[in-house]
Design a protein around this ligand. Structure first.
Ligand SMILES: Nc1nc2c(ncn2[C@@H]2O[C@H](COP(=O)(O)OP(=O)(O)OP(=O)(O)O)[C@@H](O)[C@H]2O)c(=O)[nH]1
Ligand SMILES: [Mg+2]
Length: 336
């Protein structure tokens, strides 16, 4: 097994020269076994923001690629159609929020196959140019809140190169209590992040892939700056903090590390110790087992079904992806 390419449906390793996945018996894209794959899975409760994140992340990645003089393109027709229909049209054309992702058991489960994007050619460790693919799986929060009896359809989590665990900060019970009266709580949809994280740890087992523990909808916490006279106004009003700065099209591991520690401190300040302690069970931070991130796909809360009139203003959306891609030399260098 010397290929750097994985089966796009199961994320499991492939033999050199494979043209068919031994796991699903489906035909691989031409030249697949000679490519480099980056297999990423989303995780999180219902309504934690996974699908909106997916939509905005792909758009941002396409813009980033332009700065690197490459294009990010759907690698097959199925990705093109599913991305367009389920993500692009609702969010960017109808300017509406999307419906809940259907359970993988349902006939409408458009996310059962991954979204595959061609990231262009990048040198591998030996300096040989290879086509790189992002293989990305959105998941229904419903399936992670109540694990099915037969978990084989979720086995890909074990083999992912990266799992992005998104959680809505306002769904952490301690944070909710802490911020009661300061921030208006959104709907009651979605399980507590800790319950979903525990389920995720069951799915990934002993040898867990790196986990990007990512606070979603960070715009809601940034709004705390406006609640004058509170400790939170001071914390969020500190525009020098990494969680208030976006690094634009550049990514640096140093900056990501500062953000990592800042986000953990924020969670501890909000008494979300249970969540933090569970995250630490995954493995050692210094060995890359996990890292905290803070993102906002929209930059602003939607009003009902409609997006904010000021449009979509993403914040640090690519950070978790670039934590992986930059470590593999893909789109890592600074852009002017
Ligand atoms: N303020 C704010 N709200 C957001 C943001 N992203 C998502 N939301 C809100 O969260 C809701 C759920 O987002 P989705 O992306 O559909 O959630 P999901 O995790 O895919 O949910 P399931 O498909 O049920 O698992 C959206 O309808 C928005 O109201 C964000 O960046 N900021
Ligand atoms: Mg969804």
């Amino acid at each position: 097994m010397s290929t750097l390419a994985r089966c796009p449906w199961t994320f499991q390793p492939l033999e050199d020269g494979a043209t068919v996945s031994p796991y699903t018996h489906r035909e691989l894209l031409p030249g697949w076994a000679d490519s480099v794959t980056h297999c990423i899975a989303m995780a999180g409760a219902r309504a934690s923001g996974k699908s909106l994140y997916t939509a905005v992340m792909v758009k941002q990645l396409q813009l980033l690629a332009n700065h690197h003089k490459v294009s990010v393109l759907a690698a097959d027709e199925s990705t093109e159609e599913r991305f367009r229909e389920n993500y692009e049209i609702p969010l960017f054309e109808e300017m509406k929020i999307m419906g809940a992702t259907p359970s993988a058991q349902s006939d409408q489960a458009y996310q059962r196959d991954p979204l595959i994007f061609d990231l262009g050619q990048w040198p591998d460790a030996e300096g040989r140019l290879r086509t790189n693919y992002l293989v990305f799986r959105d998941v229904a929060g419903e399936d992670l809140e109540n694990l099915p009896e037969d978990r084989s359809s979720l086995d890909f989590f074990k083999f992912a190169d990266l799992v992005i665990f998104l959680f809505d900060p306002l769904r952490v019970p301690q944070v909710q209590t802490y911020l009661k009266g300061i921030v208006a709580t959104q709907g009651e949809l979605g399980a507590a992040p800790l319950d979903v994280l525990r389920n995720l740890l069951i799915l990934v087992g002993e040898d867990a892939p790196p986990l990007a523990v990512t606070v979603s909808k960070f715009d809601t916490l940034q709004k705390l700056e406006l609640v004058s006279g509170t400790e939170w106004a001071k914390i969020m009003g500190n525009h020098g903090a990494a969680f208030r700065r976006d690094t634009g099209w550049n990514f640096s591991f140093d900056d990501a590390q500062i953000l990592d520690l800042e986000v953990e401190s924020l969670l501890l300040l909000m008494q979300a110790d249970d969540l933090v302690n569970t995250v630490h069970r995954i493995g050692k931070r210094e060995e890359g087992a996990f890292q905290y991130f803070a993102v906002s796909a929209l930059g602003e809360s939607p009003q009902g079904e409609e997006l904010s009139r000021s449009g979509i203003a993403p914040f640090r959306v690519l950070d978790p992806i670039r934590w992986l891609l930059s470590s593999r030399g893909v789109m890592w260098s600074d852009v002017a």
